[in-house]
Ligand binder design. Structure first.
Ligand code: SF4
Ligand code: SF4
Length: 82
């Protein structure tokens, strides 16, 4: 399940450099996560790095993007073929 950033985001920018997939960018008012790039940090970290650093608890699982562990690992492979 990809993560998403809620309206609670204060646009502090702390999460952006923490994402191993460069899935986080600055949006108009809040930061946003590209669900095609978010792998829940699988293959890199045991926890979601954006959620770990967010002072607003604005990074949450997105029920609209349900994925199995296998699908997330496939996505990681596609993003990091090396
Ligand atoms: S959960 Fe991990 S991969 Fe997904 S946006 Fe957050 S830091 Fe990036
Ligand atoms: S760390 Fe949290 S508050 Fe800061 S930009 Fe990211 S989602 Fe927004």
């Amino acid at each position: 399940m990809a993560f998403k950033i809620t309206e609670e985001c204060s646009a502090c920018g702390a999460c952006e450099p923490e994402c191993p997939n460069e899935a986080i960018t600055e949006g108009e008012d809040i930061y946003i996560i590209d669900p095609d790039k978010c792998t829940e940090c699988m293959g890199y970290y045991d926890t979601q790095q954006c959620a770990e650093v967010c002072p607003m608890e604005a990074c949450v699982a997105d029920p609209d993007h349900q994925e199995t562990e296998e699908e997330l690992l496939e996505k990681k492979k596609r993003l990091h073929p090396e």
